[in-house]
Design a protein around this ligand. Structure first.
Ligand code: SF4
Ligand code: SF4
Length: 191
């Protein structure tokens, strides 16, 4: 039977009796739940691999040794778990981790940012705090060149994502260029 949100809420309450720190670090989310969780880096329930785009500076001759790849610029996370996951957590230095890893449980899609519901940091943190973190993440994503952003964004149908994610109504697309030109992202982000 598929585990639902109530299963995860009970599990995470037991594992994390105290709330932990979440902080936006300019290009990634510091999440103090991760060190005792690692749920999203491990073997996945879904038979569909989760694609994680790599920026050009993250690709080298050793990349395939550390990550499962579907092509030179796309790592995947699947039912095997992530190849980079070691006993102490992620074995990659932060600069080499896919952008998606630094954002998760925030998930960029072509429609905007979603929030993965079953993460302990999501279930145990007020949504208002996530809205602030998501705005920071949205500003960061707006600075990524469009040719990379379009690969970083998942192209899963919103209806499908809604089963396990919350849509945060923070969009980009043409807004990313407004931002790059110095216009206020704040005016365009909520829809
Ligand atoms: S599910 Fe959430 S808390 Fe757990 S490792 Fe992933 S991002 Fe961190
Ligand atoms: S690269 Fe590191 S952070 Fe990303 S899924 Fe793999 S183990 Fe987790």
């Amino acid at each position: 039977m598929k585990k639902d949100i109530w299963y995860y809420l009970a599990l995470w309450r037991k594992c994390f009796p105290q709330h932990r720190k979440l902080l936006w670090r300019g290009s990634w989310l510091e999440n103090d739940y991760c060190q005792d969780c690692r749920y999203c880096c491990g073997p996945q329930d879904s038979p569909i691999p989760y694609p994680m785009h790599l920026l050009p500076e993250q690709v080298g001759p050793e990349t395939g040794k550390h990550l499962y790849l579907v092509d030179t610029h796309t790592a995947i996370l699947d039912q095997r778990g992530c190849k980079a996951l070691g006993s102490e957590g992620c074995s990659l230095e932060r600069a080499l981790r896919p952008v998606a890893c630094g954002l998760f449980p925030l998930v960029p899609t072509k429609r905007g940012l979603f929030l993965y519901k079953n993460c302990p940091a999501v279930l145990l943190t007020p949504l208002v705090q996530w809205m602030d973190l998501a705005q920071e993440a949205g500003r960061f994503l707006c600075r990524i060149p469009r040719e990379h952003l379009q690969h970083i964004c998942l192209s899963i149908a919103p209806e499908k994502l809604a089963e396990s994610h919350i849509f945060l109504h923070i969009a980009w697309g043409k807004n990313q260029h407004d931002h790059a030109q110095g216009k206020r992202f704040d005016n365009a982000k909520i829809r």
